[in-house]
Design a protein around this ligand. Structure first.
Ligand SMILES: Cc1ncc(C[n+]2csc(CCOP(=O)(O)OP(=O)(O)O)c2C)c(N)n1
Ligand SMILES: CC(=O)[C@@H](O)[C@H](O)COP(=O)(O)O
Ligand SMILES: [Mg+2]
Length: 638
């Protein structure tokens, strides 16, 4: 398909150019921006559906508000592509989510228009409250506008912020972008409540505006407002939940109708004295048929053909870790009716959709609510069930106090299936699964495993299923496995026992998780230089296999630990144990290889691991240095 012309967008250097445009021109601009998003994302992949849904809203917000002095805060910010296009980054959109290119999310370091960085959800209202207070305390900043989706507003943080904002009563704006979709269809009472705000009535007739704004709006909208209020609340003069929390509520309005958007945003901007929530209804994937009809509304896509919408998925050589987890858990659940599973709005991302298809009553999607997910799992464990709480490593960070206080302190047998452990590629630093080994392994009574390949993941699911003695976690990376031979059924692993995969005499690699494959390759390279290498798979970060560690340290000139996690994780605990037991002094050189103490920006996973200094060549060089042999420069000097 030839790229459509974009004459109106071509005239835009930045948001200031929008402020002199007529409504008709802004409609044209939205059309151009939509083409631009589709054309760019077809080449890069990314979060297409969410971005297409907010095209008109983005144009209207930049046209009405004085960005960047006014602070536009995108929740998650996966929908920020139209915003990026309009704020001086159009010419770099072809680099989106790639190494050295534009990030897939808002970043304060990328643009002055990115008022607040994100990637995790439900933070925007809190940040907006902070900006509003900053403004009122004399800082040079204008209005604060948070744009949050109906999925993201299901998280506790959003309510904490609404509660506080309503109490403070400061002027600020929350735009609720309601497309009736999260990544999967949204769940929960709040989702039903939002739908109820306009159910059964054509959107065009529901232009409810709060008292005080009505005067600034055209007559028919005022009339619609009164009828909508009655519909929503059941009685004249009643308020929505948001009004009860102290907000002025405006809406629902049609988020693809430029006229409605401009009218309402201008009225709100002119009249607001306290917090205002504007309820905007949009369609995820709007304006691109293949996206609009897709079950996931094209939430996250790979490169695609614009005419057909067909995505260009790379051929897989092995099953993904996620699917191995989903299938294995389904097999275990078929044998054990006590097994249940919890996801926080990621049924397909975690592979729990596989279990859901077979046993729909035993999978609980709690919405974007990781904290609740963890404590809910703790409750189910206390009730005698065998809960698997499947959460990406990066999102589990949000449930940390719940892990400590509700699960570990009570020694409840919650099974944590930690997907996306390690560096994840295009989503970059916000989504890196870097910290889980460090933040879990210091908890008393916690068991922490890491799968070195997809076959070991099967064993770990079986081990976790059978383990009732306390909390247990297993981590595994994004993407496909290594092509390991798959067992018929998982074996129950001995808790706290690793394995020697290859026995040598001079140097030992002790790996946690998928670093095993790299260590085996590094061993090959070292052996070609006449060095005899042992490679051991720790399997457990906690409890550690101290017999194995002692044996490696006592019988090798150097031991190198390798993990795909941050400093303070497995290697640190090995060192700590060696120091505590006096073994650090026995002459064996110890090196720890971890992710470095920095955030690594988006690139391919291989490029990210190269930046982290965790390639096969890095392993081999570290080994040589530890042995006191001049580094072989297996790794190319930076
Ligand atoms: C804390 C957290 N949990 C989960 C996610 C994964 N996630 C990203 S976007 C999304 C759905 C958001 O839905 P919504 O806010 O309605 O935005 P939409 O995609 O519909 O535009 C989810 C679950 C996340 N980014 N952060
Ligand atoms: C924006 C967000 O948080 C999710 O959409 C995330 O990008 C999904 O990542 P996966 O592709 O690894 O499931
Ligand atoms: Mg949504």
């Amino acid at each position: 398909m030839t790229k459509p012309l974009t004459p109106t967008l071509d005239r835009v250097a930045g948001p200031a150019d929008l402020r002199g445009m007529s409504q008709g021109e802004l409609v044209q601009l939205a059309r151009d921006v939509r083409h631009e998003v589709i054309s760019n994302v077809s080449q890069t992949g990314g979060h297409l559906g969410s971005s297409l849904g907010v095209v008109e809203l983005t144009v209207a917000l930049h046209a009405v508000f004085n960005t960047p002095f006014d602070k536009l805060i995108w929740d998650v910010s996966h929908q920020s592509y139209p915003h990026k296009i309009l704020t001086g980054r159009r010419d770099r959109m072809h680099t989106l989510r790639q190494g050295g290119g534009l990030a897939g999310f808002c970043k304060r370091t990328e643009s002055e228009y990115d008022a607040f960085g994100a990637g995790h959800s439900s933070t925007s209202i809190s940040a907006a409250v902070g900006f509003a207070i900053g403004r009122d305390m004399g800082q040079p900043t204008g209005d604060a506008i948070a744009v949050i989706g109906d999925g993201s507003i299901s998280a506790g943080m959003a309510y904490e912020a609404l509660n506080h904002a309503g109490h403070l009563g400061k002027r600020m704006f929350v735009i609720l972008n309601d497309n009736e979709m999260s990544i999967a269809p949204p769940v929960g009472a709040m989702s039903k409540y939002l739908s109820g705000l306009y159910a059964g009535t054509p959107l065009g007739k529901l232009k409810d505006v709060a008292e005080g704004f009505e005067a600034a709006l055209p007559g028919p909208i005022r009339e619609g407002a009164r009828r909508a209020r009655q519909l929503v609340t059941g009685f004249p003069g009643g308020g929505t939940l948001f009004e009860e929390l102290g907000f002025d509520y405006i809406g629902p309005i049609d988020g693809h109708d430029m006229g409605q958007l401009l009218t309402v945003l201008r009225a709100a901007r002119a009249r607001a004295s306290g917090p205002v929530l504007i309820h905007v209804c949009t369609v995820k994937g709007k304006g691109y048929k293949p996206a609009e009809i897709a079950a996931d509304k094209y939430h996250g896509v790979s490169k695609f053909d614009v005419d057909s919408g067909t995505q260009k998925k790379s051929k897989s050589n092995a099953p993904s870790y996620t699917s191995v987890f989903g299938k294995t858990l389904t097999d275990e659940a078929a044998r054990d009716s006590r097994i249940v599973a919890i996801t926080a709005a990621m049924p397909s991302g975690t592979g729990l959709d596989i279990l859901q298809n077979r046993f729909p009553q035993r999978v609980f999607d709690v919405g974007i609510a990781e904290q609740h997910a963890v404590t809910f799992a703790a409750g189910m464990a206390a009730a005698g069930l065998r809960p698997f709480c499947a959460i990406y490593s990066t999102f589990l960070q949000r449930g940390y106090d719940q892990i400590v206080h509700d699960v570990v302190l009570q020694n409840l047998p919650v099974r944590f299936a930690i997907d996306r452990a390690g560096l994840v590629g295009a989503d970059g630093s916000t989504h890196a699964g870097a910290f889980d080994v460090a933040f879990l392994s210091n908890l008393p009574g916690m068991t922490v495993m890491a799968a070195s390949d997809e076959a070991e993941l099967v064993d770990m699911v079986a081990t976790a299923a059978a383990y009732d003695e306390g909390p247990i976690a297993f981590r595994y990376p994004r993407g496909e496995g290594v092509g390991a031979e798959m067992p018929e059924r998982g074996r129950i692993l001995e808790i706290g026992k690793g394995r020697v995969v290859k026995q040598g005499t001079q140097l030992a690699f002790l790996t946690l998780g998928p670093a095993l494959a790299d260590a085996l390759k590094a061993a090959e390279a070292l052996e070609a230089r006449g060095i005899s290498v042992t490679v051991a798979d720790a399997r457990f970060a906690k409890p550690m296999d101290t017999d194995l560690i002692a044996q490696l340290v006592d019988n090798h000139a150097a031991v190198v630990t390798v993990e795909h996690g941050a400093e303070g994780g497995f290697g640190a605990m090995v060192l700590h144990w060696l120091a505590r037991t006096g073994r650090l002094d026995n002459g064996c050189a110890i090196r720890t290889m971890t992710l470095p103490d920095m955030f690594i920006e988006q690139a391919s996973p291989d490029a990210m691991y190269a930046e982290a200094g965790l390639t096969v060549a890095d392993l081999a060089d570290t080994a040589l240095t530890a042995l006191g042999v001049a580094p072989g420069h297996f790794a190319k000097p930076a």
